[in-house]
Design a protein around this ligand. Structure first.
Ligand SMILES: NC(=O)c1ccc[n+]([C@@H]2O[C@H](COP(=O)([O-])OP(=O)(O)OC[C@H]3O[C@@H](n4cnc5c(N)ncnc54)[C@H](O)[C@@H]3O)[C@@H](O)[C@H]2O)c1
Ligand SMILES: O=C(O)C[C@H](O)C(=O)O
Length: 340
């Protein structure tokens, strides 16, 4: 009898300490938007998340009330901009996802969003740097090539910048790449992995088909596939016809990246995701941020993988990418300098 009770107690103890270790507060800024809502739903379904904090300039508490009825263990709290809403949302967060900002309409580039989204991201970054300076920040808001450097500059100005904890979410590019290649090759997309490096807009998106399972794709088939991966976002913008850009696939991609970070934070080794980070790879060319495969660990970036062996065609893509990327990054840095 005593032994039985003891077994139960030990079991309860272990269960308690496991959940204590795994307790992770995740904040979503822009939670009532097209990405924010399905992303928050997927996070509510993730057992690694213990507290979900949802902030938006409008509608955060409504989305939170709705999600809070789902019978998973995590708590869900919604916050408005009034009083200390944003600060309360951020405090204690391990991960902060930022999908806040306007999406494209047909005919626009991601850079056309800069004037609106730069100040939104800058202000949210200021709040995050003060309330949760050690959190991992995952930037989804476009143009990612510029909004990530904006967050970095805001953190640097407050002496809390940790390059290992800032990520531009480029997961959707590899999700698309594996899907699109599987359609061309009639394969299962879950078995496909196409590295995509560079940045997250047009020609800065560089798929490396030579490193995929289908390295022999050449000529027009290759060109069409590369173009579809680079401009996949435009396909959705056009199809939505003024009602925004990718939201559901982006929510899946953002939730996957957050899950990978949590797995790494909770001790799993060898977790690798593509992401746009403060990177040494092209710093000698004045390019401080670059997306490549990154191994994640408890403190964020563990190891940044180089681009690896690429062919002449891919080198041409990379050259075009680097030229654009440099300008996009500088634009973000200059914005914060001029508008601190
Ligand atoms: N990184 C990627 O791969 C990727 C993919 C898709 C979309 N995006 C980008 O994500 C952003 C959001 O897209 P969406 O479709 O969800 O847009 P949306 O307009 O549907 O939602 C944006 C949300 O942000 C909120 N918001 C605006 N300003 C805010 C602020 N200061 N604080 C908090 N919340 C604020 C809005 O109220 C809205 O609910 C866009 O910039 C889009 O281009 C990035
Ligand atoms: O295309 C967009 O503007 C949104 C996003 O960056 C995407 O790739 O779908």
């Amino acid at each position: 009898m005593f032994a039985a009770r003891r077994t139960v107690n030990l079991f309860q103890k272990r269960a308690f300490s496991a959940s204590a270790i795994n307790a992770s507060k995740v904040a979503v800024l822009g939670a009532a938007g097209g990405i924010g809502q399905p992303l928050s739903l997927l996070l509510k379904l993730n057992p690694r998340v213990s507290d979900l904090a949802l902030y938006d300039i409008r509608g955060g508490p409504g989305v939170a009330a709705d999600l809070s009825h789902i019978n998973t263990n995590s708590t869900v709290t919604g916050y408005n901009p009034d009083a200390s809403g944003l600060r309360d949302c951020l405090e204690g967060s391990e991960i902060i996802l930022i999908p806040a900002g306007v999406p494209r309409k047909p005919g626009m580039t991601r850079d056309d969003l800069f004037n609106t989204n730069a100040s939104i991201v800058r202000d949210l970054a200021k709040a995050a740097a003060e309330a949760a300076p050690k959190a991992h920040v995952l930037v989804i808001a476009n143009p990612v090539n510029s909004t990530v450097p904006i967050v970095a500059e805001v953190y640097k100005a407050r002496n809390v910048y940790d390059p290992k904890r800032l990520f531009g979410v480029t997961t959707l590019d590899v999700v698309r790449a594996s899907r699109f290649i599987s359609q061309v090759q009639s394969t299962n997309p879950s078995g496909e992995a196409v590295p995509v490096v560079g940045g997250h807009s047009g020609v800065t998106i560089v798929p490396l088909l030579s490193q995929s399972n289908h390295s022999s794709i050449a000529g027009q088939a290759r060109d069409a596939l590369v173009n579809r991966i680079q401009f996949g976002g435009d396909e959705v913008v056009k199809a939505k016809d003024g009602a925004g850009s990718a939201t559901l696939s982006m929510a899946m991609a953002g939730a996957r990246f957050a899950e990978s970070l949590l797995r790494a934070a909770q001790g799993e080794k060898g977790v690798i995701e593509p992401t746009f980070v403060d990177s040494p790879l092209y710093k000698d060319q004045g390019i401080d941020f670059f997306a490549s495969r990154v191994e994640l660990g408890p403190n964020g970036v563990e190891q940044i993988h180089s681009v690896g062996e690429i062919n002449e065609y891919e080198q041409g893509l990379l050259d075009a990418c680097l030229a654009d990327l440099k300008k996009n990054i500088q634009k973000g840095v200059d914005f914060v300098k001029a508008n601190p």
